[in-house]
Design a protein around this ligand. Structure first.
Ligand SMILES: C[S@@+](CC[C@H](N)C(=O)[O-])C[C@H]1O[C@@H](n2cnc3c(N)ncnc32)[C@H](O)[C@@H]1O
Length: 363
């Protein structure tokens, strides 16, 4: 269902790096530069022969290098990583020769990490996008929440954070005692429906192929390695959120969400409104798996209503979108709720009236 572990074909590798360079754009200038150099370097590309095709290859390579540096690998390359040095001042000069030398010096570890680890970026600020969507779906009812591709389950604990939406004067929403404040900026003409009280989650469960245990330093280091090294504030958010996760345990089942989603959702108490959500995970599931997941949720809806929230980046020309599918008696109706920034910097709530072409259904 997940596309198996077939490696990426070598001739696709340069294009993957060039595409990722466009993806990171101005947000991670060093990665942008390095992507274009790796795309033309046979020695570095040869290290990636065993990366599964379902994995974003560039993301995994950069995370492997970052992981080794965060673990204390000694190299002048570390100076280019504010997340490692703690200083935003980076050396002048091209990091590429240092990066290449580091990869070749650590070739066995890089081969192993890129072949066995997967992209599990758990961005907690996505909760600021999901929270108004959960409020929309639940409409004040107590909920059972299932998260597919939960990673460490940081977004599954969305009710444990405090939220500040720029320009919304009513003060912060969420858990006022939370050590984690998530700030985001609403865009466009419509304000997201920010509830006065955070939705009432009475039951929750995550599913992930490789759950990250917030109490496992190695898992937390891998999650940190997936962040971009110039974005120190994301690392601070991640560390705070992992601290909350250690204090608030949730059940994250290990396995394939395609086969496990409906059966786990069916465990939720019947008097709660059931919401199944996922963010930035469908790109790791093939078309057949996505179809099976959709059918499984539609079948479940013959027994109980299911609302699905999907925050995914499925089409490069469109950007990440937040959609809600209401499954009722085997039928599904989807609306697009919002366009969002992939790491939660902004949210643009959309007009969901039928005249809006963006509200037509793609799950
Ligand atoms: C990029 S991470 C996103 C994590 C989290 N949803 C977020 O937005 O912060 C994708 C997650 O989906 C998980 N994943 C990918 N395919 C999966 C599958 N078939 N079943 C369960 N989890 C899967 C990965 O292990 C990873 O933890």
């Amino acid at each position: 269902m997940t596309g198996g572990l077939d490696p990426v074909s070598p001739e696709d590798l340069p294009a993957r790096f060039l595409a990722w360079s466009r993806h990171v754009g101005g947000e991670a200038p060093m990665y942008d530069t390095l992507c274009r150099r790796v795309a033309g370097d046979g020695e570095i590309l040869a290290l990636l022969a065993d990366v599964p095709a379902t994995q974003p290859t560039a993301n995994v390579l950069f995370a492997a290098v970052h992981y080794l540096l965060l673990g204390g690998a000694v190299s002048p390359l570390a100076g280019h990583y504010p997340t490692v040095t703690g200083s935003v001042v980076t050396p002048d000069g091209d990091p590429w020769p240092l990066f290449k030398a580091f990869c070749l010096e650590h070739a066995p570890e890089i081969r192993h990490l890129t072949a066995t680890r997967t992209v599990q970026t758990n961005e907690v600020r996505r909760s600021a996008m999901l929270m108004p969507a959960i409020a929309t779906a639940s409409a004040g009812r107590p909920i059972a929440l299932v998260e597919l591709g939960a990673a460490a389950g940081l977004n599954l604990r969305f009710d444990r954070y405090r939220y500040r939406y720029a320009g919304v004067g009513a003060g912060d929403t969420g858990d006022q005692r939370s050590p984690l404040l998530l700030r985001t900026t609403p865009r466009g003409s419509l304000m997201p429906p920010i509830p006065q009280k955070v939705p009432d989650v009475r039951w929750r469960r995550g599913i992930d192929l490789h759950p990250i245990d917030a109490a496992d330093p190695d898992g937390v280091r891998w999650a940190a390695a997936l962040l971009w090294p110039n974005q120190v504030e994301r690392l601070e958010r991640l560390r705070t959120a992992m601290g909350i996760a250690r204090a608030v345990p949730v059940d994250i089942v290990e396995g394939d969400a395609v086969t496990l989603a409906a059966v786990n959702a069916a465990d939720a108490p019947g008097d709660l409104h059931l919401i199944v959500m996922h963010s930035f995970m469908l790109n790791q599931i093939d078309a057949q798996g996505r179809e099976s997941l959709d059918q499984a949720l539609a079948r479940l809806s013959r027994v109980r209503a299911v609302d699905r929230l999907s925050m995914e980046w499925l089409r490069p020309d469109e950007g990440p979108m937040l959609r809600m599918t209401r499954y009722r008696d085997g039928e599904a109706v989807t609306v697009t709720l919002a366009a969002v920034h992939h790491h939660g910097e902004w949210i643009e709530w959309l007009d969901q009236s039928s005249g809006n072409p963006l509200t037509t259904s793609i799950t």
